[in-house]
Design a protein around this ligand. Structure first.
Ligand code: DGP
Ligand code: NA
Ligand code: NA
Length: 209
């Protein structure tokens, strides 16, 4: 049986806090929709679900949870949306995702005593992104942007560990982009990759992590 419709692409933006992911995700969806390409934005953690609400309380320091337990909540939050992700992709919608499994692994394993490999386990079987665009912010730029809020993880020292952990993911569908560029130049750079990816994968199966 051949599918007549072409699938959408699963595009993920990753990076440290303050790297501009949220802004760029919104701009990409807007640009694609202006070109009449169906596209939607998804953000992880999705704080609107019951699990997301627990994650929000944890990040806001309202509750304490063991590191592995909260790790599994973040992962469960992605699994909550897994059916919807597959449905949208199959329906031809390109998803621009603000953080994904890579955040899960780099943030938790930046904590002491939680092993990188252990962190990857529960992500297995989630839809694999067709491309991951890593918004790289230099140490100096990160300090300049700083102005972190009160949420857990929002400090330079922890973000440096996160940044170093991202290095472990460098492979062929993980591309690094300079996040310090001018906002609209950065959007154009990312959009070019997105359009290329949409075209490349339209007749391919979606992989699993
Ligand atoms: P954001 O809403 O993108 O600002 O993310 C909230 C914070 O949670 C941010 O510091 C990154 C962190 N984070 C995102 N995803 C995960 C995850 O899966 N696991 C852990 N431990 N932290 C995550
Ligand atoms: Na944040
Ligand atoms: Na965000």
């Amino acid at each position: 049986m051949t599918k007549s419709a072409m699938r959408g692409a699963l595009i993920v933006l990753e990076g440290c806090d303050r790297s501009g992911k949220t802004t760029q995700c919104a701009k990409l969806v807007e640009a694609l929709n202006n070109m009449k390409i169906p596209a939607k934005k998804i953000s992880f953690p999705d704080r609107s679900t019951p699990i997301g609400s627990l994650i929000n309380d944890y990040l806001a320091r309202k509750i304490e949870l063991p590191d592995r337990s909260v790790h599994l909540l973040f992962t469960a939050n992605r699994w909550e949306l897994e059916p919807e992700i597959r449905k949208q992709i199959e329906a031809g919608v390109t998803l621009i995702v603000d953080r994904y499994s890579y955040s899960g692994v780099v943030f938790t394993s930046a904590k002491q005593c939680v092993d990188f490999k252990w962190c990857c386990g529960p992500e297995n079987g989630l839809p694999k992104p067709d491309i991951v665009m890593f918004l790289k912010l230099s140490t100096g730029e990160m300090a300049k942007r700083s102005g972190f809020g009160d949420e857990r993880y929002e400090n330079i020292e922890f973000q440096h560990k996160v940044d170093m952990n991202y290095d472990k993911f460098k492979n062929d569908n993980f591309i690094q982009v300079d996040a310090a560029q001018d906002v609209s130049i950065l959007t154009n750079t990312l959009l070019e990759q997105v359009l290329k990816t949409i075209d490349t994968v339209k007749n391919q199966e979606l992989d699993d992590l």
